[in-house]
Ligand binder design. Structure first.
Ligand code: UD1
Length: 420
């Protein structure tokens, strides 16, 4: 099984190009199933999860070509309406075909996604939203069976115990784009990836308003535009991860194509820590050479601090003098990187949903095990700053969401290689 070998302690310099957002690309590829017209998607990141989504939509009947980050998808006819367990179990985001198939074929059977390493991940809001539009949902044999003969626009309340949901907002938008009448989703998730999916549906010809706010209105339609070409937004989490790479190695780099307005809370925290961040005409420059200070992070839905950046900041704060805290309010079991960081010498205590991090002078390289996507990148970042050699195992987690991560780091001067 592949591992990363990292020789820490080297400064980074130069420029890095940010790929398209994985969390936009996955629902947008699924969304392309709603139309029988050919769609061309640009800036699609070549990561494992995207390959899995391509496998899934191909299984359902789509013709897909994927070359150099451009994906052409054409589904003249949906051949199957079942998303099988062996694909859904590899990637939770497979559930986006539920909304798309309900829209296109009025029927779908999708394996229940189940929990995952970062804690229980219910889908009650997806079901509540689709049911509100008139879909009959039956859960049996580990599958969600959806039957939507009379799909009707409605007011959909997606308030859950942890706020609203990115995935449920997108699934309801997908189903609503082929429903009769108007759907109002409130509260809706306002993440940039939700906005991106809505903008793609608008390019197809669906009338959507309010995307990017907490109330989204979708007017259903039955014909779609020809020759749609759409470019996926840059990945704000990848950009944030490289910003932390510069901060933790006390380096100065240019992160090209990073969209600073999608990263406000992350950039604010970096500045609070003492990192100099400047917006440039085509991205952001990050300088981590100055004096650094501890901080407190509260994870929250967008525009709050993203849960997908908390592991990387834990690695950084482990090396920043003073006591910092991270409160994770979205996922229950998302501090798995903490134990591995402690094996590198970090001083971290977990108290319920809060991690207390006392900065140490230096981490030291050792053998580490990655547990999920973002935790993996946190361990690599820690390895870049650590003394000696760090070996990170199970990097298939990282390959799910970062395109050419080690190649991009090497171009910046990092000593990292992939090996057995
Ligand atoms: C998406 C992102 C993930 C990110 C997360 C939060 C993708 C493919 N994944 O995941 O990287 O970490 O947003 O920004 O885009 N919840 C319910 N019931 C539901 C659905 C969710 O209670 O039906 C809860 C979840 O357990 C969690 C919270 O709502 O506590 C937010 O989850 P959600 O926004 O749905 O995350 P995902 O869409 O799964």
């Amino acid at each position: 099984m592949a591992r990363f070998f990292i020789e820490g302690g080297r400064r980074l310099s130069g420029e890095v190009d940010i790929s398209g957002a994985k969390n936009s690309a996955l629902p947008i590829i699924a969304a392309a199933l709603v139309t029988d017209k050919r769609v061309v998607l640009k800036n699609v990141p070549d990561v494992f999860d995207v390959r899995t989504m391509i496998e899934l939509v191909t299984h359902l009947g789509a013709h897909v070509e994927f070359r150099r980050n451009t994906l052409t998808i054409h589904t003249p006819r949906v051949k199957r309406v079942e998303a099988p367990y062996d694909i859904v179990t590899r990637m939770r985001a497979s559930y986006y075909v539920l909304g798309a198939l309900v829209a296109r074929n009025r029927r779908a059977t999708v394996a229940m996604p189940g929990g995952c390493a970062i804690g229980p991940r219910p889908i009650d809001l997806h079901i509540k939203g689709l049911t509100a539009l008139g879909t009959k949902i039956d859960i049996s044999d580990g599958y969600i069976h959806a039957d939507a003969r009379h799909l009707q626009g409605q007011n959909v309340d997606l308030q859950g115990p942890k706020g609203t949901s990115v995935g449920a907002t997108i699934n309801v938008m997908l189903a609503a784009c082929c429903a009769r009448g108007t759907t109002v989703i409130s509260p809706a998730a306002a993440e940039p990836e939700v906005l991106d999916v809505a903008n793609f549906l608008c390019a197809l010809g669906v009338e959507i308003n309010g995307q990017g706010s907490h109330e989204i209105t979708v007017r259903g339609c039955d014909t779609f535009n020809d020759n749609v070409r759409y470019s996926i937004i840059p990945d704000r989490i990848e950009a944030g991860t490289f910003a932390v790479a510069a901060a933790i190695t006390r380096s100065r780099i240019l992160i090209k194509r990073a969209v600073s307005e999608h990263m406000t809370s992350v950039l604010e925290k970096l500045r609070e820590i003492g990192v100099v961040v400047r917006e440039t005409h085509n991205g952001i420059s990050v300088n981590g050479r100055g004096r650094r200070h501890a901080t407190d992070i509260f994870v929250a839905p967008y525009p709050g601090f993203p849960t997908d950046m908390q592991a990387q900041f834990m690695a950084l704060l482990s090396t920043v003098p003073g006591t910092s805290t991270i409160k994770e309010s979205i996922f229950e079991n998302r501090f798995m990187q903490a134990n591995e960081l402690m094996r590198m010498g970090a001083n971290i205590t977990i108290e319920g949903d809060t991690a207390v991090i006392k900065g140490v002078k230096m981490l030291s390289g050792t053998q580490l095990m990655a547990s999920d996507l973002r935790a993996s990148s946190a361990l690599v970042l820690a390895g870049l700053s650590a003394k000696g050699i760090t070996v990170v195992r199970r990097i298939y987690h990282l390959d799910r969401g970062y395109e050419k991560f080690e190649v991009k780091l090497r171009r910046l001067g990092a000593r990292i290689r992939r090996g057995k």
